[in-house]
Design a protein around this ligand. Structure first.
Ligand code: PMP
Ligand code: GLN
Length: 414
């Protein structure tokens, strides 16, 4: 085994996806829709594989299928307030996963520090380490909600002085994920500006993971950090067609950024996967064209998906409360964290082990209650996992029947 893999073999998705398949359980674990994608996206894929253009079965341009990089440059150029060159400012990747992997491999060196905001999407830590970097953690901390009020993801904030203290001479990059998985926090403009100012002051890069960019609720606004002053030149913006069009299995993602950074990502990409499947890229290009034509209109999928998810969020809040948990209402994404501490007394003593309690609790819940969630300790750095094992994460991008089945389990719990 190569030394760079040491300690990185465990993976929460490998473990909990397998458990979800082993038991007859309602699956609110891994983040994928059990709803169909929009018809226009499905039709675009069918046309790509079954249509006249047989070249869509062959290799395409290494850094992104021409139709897709062209529409991504048009679509996001407007949103970023930046003219994007499809050939140099866009790179299509095998999902946002590969986009992240390219960022770390291309730009983080041995001994570089990378700031990760806890809780964070779990792969940032192993990816930083695999590149030889050192993760440096800073925590979003909850302020108490008002008496009798439920906590919102917006109540979780960074301490400005603490964040500033994490920037050192060795800091190479900060990873920002807004809307955030697993908390659902949507960073406010002032919070983003504070991070951006620190990046500029310390000459630090920003890997901005925006895969949930369309899933923002209650009239909140998704801010793109690359559009803030001084940030375009130091930011890689990451997106995912899996999240955007509810097609996680297509594994199409992208990065947007300045050529002087993207050219290094291209070197990783051309030596790793070469390119993402052509037909999937063609279908995503057509789907974006459709959304461009309907942008901001009531029949835009992005508008409709967010409305639908906000409603599902509100149902799940009620189900979790009925089951004795305390949900933290997410401002974005399709995830919700909940405190299950009050249920601990109703669970038999679980065997003591190194494994954080939330993980053991969920395994018990899967086997005995038939409900799958994801332990929140998986989204904390190795040193802090045990401090956050009173929380578990639920995914609500699910059919009404799935959410109803979860509701039945929760209401029957006590
Ligand atoms: N970033 C975040 C925050 C995610 O939740 C996910 C999960 N899919 C990814 C990146 C990876 O996205 P993809 O499925 O496009 O590889
Ligand atoms: N992003 C999804 C989640 O957070 C899925 C991640 C995965 O399966 N690797 O649940």
């Amino acid at each position: 085994q190569a030394r760079r893999l040491e300690g990185l073999d465990k993976n929460v998705w490998v473990e909990f996806v397998k458990l979800a398949a082993t038991y007859p359980a309602v699956n609110l674990g891994q983040g994928f829709p059990d709803l169909p994608p929009p018809d226009f996206a499905k039709e675009a894929f069918v046309k790509a594989v079954g249509g006249e253009n047989i070249m869509l079965h062959q290799y395409t341009r290494v850094f992104g299928h021409p139709a897709l990089v062209t529409i991504l440059a048009r679509f996001f150029g407007k949103l970023l307030g930046q003219e994007l060159d499809p050939l140099t400012n866009v790179l299509v990747t095998v999902g946002a996963y590969e986009a992240l992997f390219c960022c770390f491999q291309a730009l983080v060196d041995e001994g570089d520090e990378v700031i990760l905001i806890e809780p964070y999407f779990d792969c940032y830590e192993p990816m930083a380490k695999m590149a030889g970097g050192t993760p440096v953690f800073v925590q979003l901390r909850p302020k108490a909600a008002g008496a009798g009020k439920l906590m919102s993801s917006g109540d979780w904030q960074l301490d400005p002085a603490e964040l500033a203290s994490r920037f050192t001479k060795r800091t190479k990059a900060i990873v920002l994920n807004s809307p955030n998985n697993p908390l659902g926090k949507v960073f406010r403009r002032e919070e983003m500006e504070f991070i951006a100012d620190l990046c500029v002051k310390h000459d630090v890069l920003c890997f901005s993971d925006e895969v949930y960019e369309w899933l923002v609720y209650d009239g909140k606004e998704h801010i793109r950090i690359a559009s803030l002053p001084g940030m375009w030149d130091r930011t890689i913006t990451i997106g995912s067609a899996g999240k955007t069009f509810s097609t996680t299995g297509w594994k199409v993602g992208w990065t947007l950024g300045p050529d002087h950074l993207l050219k290094h990502l291209r070197t990783v990409h051309q030596n790793a996967v070469y390119h993402c499947p052509t037909a999937a890229q063609e279908a995503v290009a057509q789907a974006f064209q459709r959304e461009l034509d309907h942008y901001g209109k009531p029949d835009s999928y992005f508008v409709q998906l967010a409305q639908e998810m906000q409603q599902k969020r509100d149902w799940l809040v009620q189900s979790l409360i009925a089951g004795g948990m305390k949900p933290i209402i997410p401002e974005g994404t399709y995830f919700m964290m909940a405190d299950y501490s009050e249920l601990k007394s109703e669970v038999p003593d679980l065997p003591d082990s190194e494994e954080p309690y939330d993980s053991r609790f969920i395994k018990w819940m899967i086997k005995n209650k038939g409900l799958v969630a994801i332990p929140v300790s998986a989204f904390y750095g190795t040193p802090h996992k045990r401090n956050f094992d009173h929380l578990i994460r639920f995914c609500f991008v699910k059919e009404e029947a799935t959410l109803k089945a979860a509701d039945d389990i929760l209401r029957r719990w006590r």
